[in-house]
Ligand binder design. Structure first.
Ligand SMILES: O=c1ccn([C@@H]2O[C@H](COP(=O)(O)O)[C@@H](O)[C@H]2O)c(=O)[nH]1
Length: 272
């Protein structure tokens, strides 16, 4: 089954466009996990189990693991997800970009080592830098287009031939790079006008949309701008707002994560 087929099935099975981000920040983990050698694994797998019926994808961000030398825990988390929740796509957020020979190794890292269904990549080294990822024809390649951070405008808004650069990226991916139908784009929820522009350029192509929750993106504006004609087409990511949701006295972290994931999934669905 390809990434796109798997995503389509997960959208339907869980009636969800919510992507749950796995960004384990040691300083914010519950105390019982901070001192445990496999604390990151245990925290993330409890979050996965608490939200798996509410999510269309899980997205571990590799920096949170690599910074702590915790890649083996990430490997185990990915294996757990594939084993216990095989119908939910696994997106490795690593945003790599390099010459073809090196990109080939990054593709192996994402697809072989971690068994990811899809990986985020930077477009700025051009076609030959993303080609090695495309050789894995059943996997997804999610290209940065209009990122959610304010500084994304520094380059992505530069006018090139009368059009902002991010629109050229969207057009290039839609017209050339997506010849196998395996591509998606990253477009931030913090920029709904640009999200609508990208949707108009790329038709039904899936969009990974970070920026709701901790970054403050508006859910209704995001869904209105980014949905396809069928009311789908997005993986709307929330990480910190779900992972560190505990607010009510006596509520445990996994129950709190589930509560916020459910509220977020339902708020997205109400706007579809
Ligand atoms: O444009 C982008 C691309 C990726 N991200 C990543 O998404 C999550 C967002 O986390 P929150 O806690 O929900 O803000 C994080 O892993 C980023 O690296 C992004 O935010 N914007």
């Amino acid at each position: 089954m390809t990434f796109i087929n798997k995503l389509d099935a997960a959208w339907a099975a869980n009636d969800s466009l919510l992507c749950v981000g796995l960004d384990p920040d040691m300083a914010r983990l519950p105390a019982q996990f901070q001192s445990a050698p496999d604390g990151i694994y245990r925290f993330c797998t409890e979050i996965i189990d608490a939200t798996a019926d509410l999510a269309c994808a899980f997205k571990p961000q590799i920096a949170y693991f690599a910074a702590l030398g915790a890649e083996q825990q990430l490997e185990r988390i990915c294996a757990y997800l594939r084993d216990k929740h095989p119908h939910i796509p696994l997106i490795l957020d690593s945003k790599r970009g390099d010459i073809g020979a090196t990109a080939k190794q990054y593709a192996r890292e994402a697809y072989d080592r971690y068994g990811a269904d899809a990986v985020t990549v930077s477009p700025y080294m051009g076609g030959d830098s993303v080609e090695p990822y495309m050789e894995w024809t059943d996997r997804g390649v999610i290209v940065l287009c209009r990122t959610s951070n304010p500084g994304g405008s520094d380059l992505q808004f530069l006018e090139v031939n009368g059009r902002p650069l991010y629109q050229h990226v969207a057009q290039l991916v839609a017209d050339k790079w997506n010849s196998n139908g395996q591509c998606a784009l990253v477009v931030g929820a913090t920029f709904p006008e640009e999200l609508a522009q990208v949707r108009a350029i790329v038709g039904e192509m899936p969009l990974l949309v970070p920026g709701i929750g901790a970054q403050g993106g508006d859910i209704v504006a995001t869904v209105t701008a980014g949905k396809t004609t069928a009311g789908k087409g997005m993986m709307i990511n929330s990480s910190r707002a779900i992972l560190y949701a505990t607010a009510q006295a006596g509520e445990d972290f996994a129950a709190a994560a589930r509560r916020v994931a459910l509220e977020t999934r339902d708020a997205i669905n109400a706007a579809r």
